[in-house]
Write a protein that binds this ligand. Structure first.
Ligand code: NDP
Ligand code: 8X3
Length: 247
């Protein structure tokens, strides 16, 4: 039976990968989903499949645009999932432009969304916020530097939010996946599909549907239950750097 009927959900980064699958999973539970990302064509294609959904072309790095698009909406659920890694160079060879984009999207973008949606949730005395962190925020890996730091920030933000929103009726959770096969690595390697494929070669990796299923579970628990942190690995991944491969 659908458990989110009548609820309004926001998913950022809904044009691809984990966000797209979360949007599908929430819609399958009856939620009306607001799909946000920069690529309108991809959002519209997904929106056409999800009854009651709405698309918003949005760059989460732009605080005014985020406030304008989201502030007045009565969201029951918010999943600020939009994020990316760019490059895998050590700091001494890294690109400050890439660092800025990761920090502005993965940290400040999440903050902009939270700033826009939490006042209304507090007023209505209810809401679910599920952050999408990463095992990269718990264990650094070679060349992960700034991406890992942004995800460590998301984890710290999760801990702070628990204080900020305690006793407001809002539940806060973080889902921290290991390696999930999505366009994430192709984005990291700036369109080099061959290099991206090697990340997943010989691994029984996680699928974005697995993460969406966990988010669906988290937000459909009885109101008294607040699942805090979920760390999810593929069974082939032991740590950020130890992965069993069958090549
Ligand atoms: P994808 O590249 O498939 O999706 C990333 C999404 O973020 C896209 O929809 C993209 O949309 C959106 N996005 C990026 N920048 C912006 C921006 N400035 N404004 C709005 N939307 C933006 O990767 P994943 O699905 O794998 O990644 C989703 C989240 O999961 C990220 O936060 C990532 O860090 C996290 N994660 C991923 C893991 C993995 O192994 N894949 C593991 C752990 C966590 P568009 O380009 O249209 O704007
Ligand atoms: C994405 C997982 O290990 O590629 O957060 O950084 S990893």
């Amino acid at each position: 039976m659908a458990q989110l009927t009548g609820k309004l959900a926001l998913v950022t980064g809904a044009s691809s990968g984990i966000g797209e699958c979360i949007a599908r999973a929430l819609a399958a539970e009856g939620a009306r989903v607001v799909l946000a990302a920069r690529r309108r064509d991809k959002l519209e294609r997904l929106g056409a499949e999800l009854p009651g959904s709405e698309t918003i072309e949005l760059d989460v790095r732009d605080p005014q645009a985020v406030a304008h698009a989201l502030r007045a909406r009565p969201f029951d659920l918010a999943i600020p999932n939009a994020g990316l890694a760019l490059g895998i160079d050590p700091v001494q060879k890294g690109s400050p432009a890439d660092w800025s984009e990761m920090i502005d999207t993965n940290i400040k973008g999440v903050l902009h969304v939270l700033r826009a949606v939490t006042p209304g949730m507090i007023e209505r005395k209810r809401g679910d916020i599920v952050l999408i962190g990463s095992v990269a925020g718990r264990q650094a890996y070679p060349g992960g530097n700034v991406y890992c730091a942004t995800k460590a920030a998301v984890r710290s933000l999760y801990e702070s939010l628990r204080y900020d929103l305690h006793d407001t009726g809002i539940r806060v959770s973080t889902v921290d996946p290991g390696m999930v096969r999505t366009p994430f690595s192709a984005v990291r390697f700036k369109g080099d599909g061959e290099r991206a494929s090697k990340v997943y070669a010989g691994v029984d990796y996680l699928l974005p549907e697995d993460i969406a299923d966990i988010v669906r579970f988290v937000v459909t628990r009885p109101a008294r239950v607040n699942i805090g942190e979920v760390v999810v690995w593929s069974k082939d991944q032991l740590s950020a750097v130890q992965v069993a491969r069958r090549l």
